[in-house]
Design a protein around this ligand. Structure first.
Ligand code: ATP
Length: 790
């Protein structure tokens, strides 16, 4: 069994205590040594050297490396249906928030959460055969209170409606906003929104110290688009940024900050206790309910959850005690066993729906058999009262010989016939037994059989009662009266032969003249070509049924589909992808060219400005017409500037058009992809007898998936200043990493929202002060006054 993965990350520092902290990536150890200046903390004979095992160490590494080392694998597995947790632990200021969230200003310094969202949405695009939905929540635990960072406004959500639910080992927070997000940008917006609501404070070790534990959770639900069953996976990925442990004296915090630190340290100590209990396999009880943090994380540490702990340290001599404490915690976590299993669930509503569809399908199948057998419309509904009475009468008439054959058209009728036989049989059995008892008791009253006689007869008392009748003055196995034999015979025969009957016997019985016969199978006995045709249809039907029982793996079937029936759409899909890639490359090249132009403009502008400044310093010349006189060099600079600017505008407009085309192509590729999957679904349903309603929705109605060129609207002229800067960032980002777009867009959106809310609040306060009338914001507009009725 594996254990929690532990990775060490150091915060870069020019004062890194190399003589005390030895990080050894080869044998995956971290060795710590206390030195003389720590001596005051060392008691005589106390251990001064420690060695800790880690699964990885990240010393002076960038955010991308950290992500690859700690999160990438966990995220992939979460999409496969496994739960996951990535947790940052360490002293205050050690870089936990930097690792988990990172910078919200700088794309390259983004932390694990934004990268997780990036990977999740990329992977979802790749997994065309799965229908995956993503929800996110952002929970804060501040001073033992739960706060929903995604609720608006967050402070209102503190502990009001939030409570921890713990059902069958699965923990959830009741009342916590779990929002559905359909894109990376949307998810990032939620993250940034939550970040703005976090409780932070300033102390000596960290200017923006998180005063709370924060858990950003992704809930991933995945259903197959190709296999139609009620099974689906539901996994959770917890991204935990713990508040930093801090020694009160060291962080020089006071007042509110000190009180927060007390709460933080207490909850971290409870976390450690829970971890110790989890690591001890003999312990049955783990104290999860001691604090909100441990309770919320009950299903997120070890167990069936892929867990990674990032131990953040500040590798400086003054912080060596905290480093030791962090490594001790990490060592404990490394002993917590992990046994991941995918979380597969069944959707009961879907099961019912599937069964209903199955019934419909089988009814159709039955109808088809009836048509093939030339049978008139047969009802398969439950029998009505008069139909049951009719069968009862047929059975009685059949038994007394007045009816030669019972008419049977469906299984319900057969079952009813048997039921009626059983009723009659039981009735007669009772009558016979009653008869015999009566006779036996009469005999007994006259003269009871001696034990000896019974033993001679070699029978049990009961059998004697049933089989014999008194002959003169003794009891023996004399001839039973015809009346009793007639009734006894079926009883005894049924009892004796109950288990001996063979199929062959019953077949031969059926052939006996006069014995009851079931109607012959429609495929038997009609002879000639028809029999052959019908048999082959039947075998085809049964073959199809067999096939439908064991459809091949969808991935295999998908390949077959792409090679055969779906080859055309697959070809178009590939071609479209190619066109899309070409357009994308063109856009990137053009963007690079624009960047070069921009740099040239900057150089030319600088030169021109220098030249102009020099001219102004020397004194300006005016022509007789009152125009400014400039020398040839400045004139050339000016021309060059204009030329470059016009080229920039031209190419920029071209880039806009191409970007629109790229988007259009991407849209078409997506349509093609959906169509491919949807047609595959239909084909799969037909080929393997899966109900077509269960097949992937055939939602694509686009006549042609071939790429067409959209009409591109006029682009805006180049605007200098902020707008230009923003556009340039966009161009740069497009060339480097298209995902940065989502990141900055989300950030900008949250900033706009934040500014708007702030402005609205200020305006409101101002208005209230001026008029003493409360105001409110409506939609996107600035607040309007509303008069509150008295
Ligand atoms: N690997 C790193 N590279 C660059 N800067 C870092 C790194 N780690 C941390 N920092 C910087 O150190 C400061 C403290 O980091 P951060 O806020 O992430 O610490 P923390 O462990 O979350 O602290 P607290 O528990 O008090 O919230 C921040 O300004 C952050 O930008």
């Amino acid at each position: 069994m594996s254990c929690v993965r532990v990775v060490l990350r150091t915060r870069p520092s020019p004062r890194f205590a190399e003589s005390q902290i030895d990080i050894n990536p080869t044998d995956k150890t971290v060795n710590i040594r206390l030195k003389e200046h720590n001596q005051k903390e060392i008691v005589n004979n106390q251990v001064t050297e420690w060695s800790f095992k880690v699964d990885g160490s990240l010393h002076n590494t960038n955010q991308e490396m950290v992500y690859r080392e700690t999160a990438r694998e966990v995220v992939s597995r979460t999409l496969d249906g496994y739960n996951g947790t990535i947790m940052c632990y360490g002293q205050t200021g050690a870089g936990k928030s930097y690792t988990m969230t990172g910078s919200t200003e700088n794309f390259s310094e983004r932390g694990i959460i934004p990268r997780v969202l990036e990977q999740v949405f990329h992977d979802i695009e790749e997994r065309v055969e799965q229908d995956i939905t993503v929800r996110v929540s952002y929970l804060e635990i501040y001073n033992e209170s739960l706060c929903d960072l995604c609720a608006m406004p967050a402070c209102q959500a503190i502990d009001k409606q939030l409570s921890i639910m713990d059902e069958r080992g699965m923990v959830s927070v009741k009342g916590l906003t779990c929002q559905l997000v359909s894109s990376q940008e949307e998810a990032l917006t939620k993250l940034f929104e939550g970040e703005m609501n976090r409780a932070v404070a300033c102390h000596t070790l960290n200017k923006k110290s998180s005063r709370s534990h924060c858990i950003f959770t992704l809930y991933i639900e995945s259903r197959s688009k190709t296999i139609t069953n009620s099974k689906y996976t539901m996994s959770k990925l917890n991204l935990v940024d713990l508040a930093g442990s801090e020694r009160l004296g060291k962080a020089t915090s006071e007042g509110q900050v000190e009180r927060e630190a007390t709460y933080i340290n207490k909850s971290l100590s409870f976390l450690e206790q829970a971890v110790i209990a989890l690591a001890d396999r003999r312990r049955e009880h783990v104290p999860f309910r001691q604090s909100k943090l441990t309770h919320v994380l009950k299903d997120a540490i070890g167990g069936n959850c892929n867990t990674v702990l990032i131990a953040n340290i500040i590798g400086e001599t003054e912080q060596i005690e905290e480093t030791l404490s962090t490594l001790r915690f990490a060592a404990r976590m490394a002993c917590v066993p992990v046994n991941p299993v995918p979380i597969e669930l069944h959707d009961p509503q879907r099961t019912v729906k599937d069964l209903e569809k199955e019934i419909r399908l089988l009814k159709n199948e039955l109808a088809m058999h009836d048509i093939l057998a030339n049978r008139k419309k047969v009802s398969y509904e439950p029998l009505l009262e008069h139909q049951v009475a009719e069968i009862q009468s047929q059975v009685r008439r059949y038994l007394d010989g007045s009816l030669n054959e019972i008419t049977l058209a469906n299984v319900r009728q057969i079952q009813e016939v048997f039921a009626q036989f059983k009723v009659i049989f039981l009735q007669q059995e009772e009558e016979v037994e009653a008869n015999l008892r009566q006779k036996f008791s009469l005999q007994e009253r006259r003269k009871g059989p001696s034990l000896d006689v019974i033993q001679k007869a070699g029978s049990t008392e009961n059998e004697v009662v049933l089989a014999g009748e008194l002959e003169r003055d003794g009891f023996g196995l004399g001839l039973a009266p015809t009346s009793s034999k007639l009734y006894l015979s079926p009883v005894v025969t049924a009892k004796k032969n109950r288990n001996k009957k063979t199929l062959k016997d019953s077949a031969s019985k059926r052939e006996r003249p006069g014995s009851p016969q079931l109607r012959e199978s429609p495929f038997v006995g009609e002879g000639g070509q028809r029999e052959h045709d019908v048999t082959s249809v039947a075998s085809e039907v049964s073959e199809q049924l067999n096939r439908s029982n064991t459809p091949p793996m969808p991935a295999v079937a998908f390949e077959a589909f792409k090679a055969e029936r779906g080859s055309e759409i697959n070809r178009i899909f590939k071609e479209n992808k190619l066109i899309y890639k070409e357009k994308q490359t063109k856009a990137i090249e053009l963007a690079k060219h624009i960047n070069t132009l921009k740099q040239e403009i900057d150089v030319a502008r600088e030169a021109l400005e220098a030249k102009t400044k020099k001219r102004q310093e020397q004194g300006e010349f005016m022509s007789s017409e009152g125009q400014m006189v400039i020398d040839e060099e400045e004139y050339c600079f000016l021309l060059r500037m204009r030329e470059l600017q016009s080229q920039y505008r031209l190419h920029y407009e071209e880039l806009r058009d191409i970007k629109a085309e790229v988007q259009w192509c991407q849209h078409q590729v997506n349509l093609c992809r959906q169509r491919l999957v949807s047609e595959f679904g239909t084909w799969y349903a037909e080929a393997y007898q899966v109900p077509s309603e269960n097949a992937p929705a055939n939602s694509i109605t686009t006549a042609s998936p071939v790429v067409a060129h959209p009409a591109v609207g006029k682009t805006q002229p180049l605007v200098e200043g902020e707008q230009e800067k923003l556009e340039r960032i966009h161009v740069e980002l497009m060339t480097e990493n298209p995902d940065a777009m989502a990141f900055y867009e989300a950030k900008a959106r949250i900033e706009r929202k934040h500014n708007y809310t702030k402005a609205a609040a200020q305006n409101q306060t101002k208005n209230m002060k001026e008029d003493n009338i409360p105001t409110c914001a409506v939609g996107n507009r600035l607040p309007k006054q509303i008069i509150v009725p008295h």
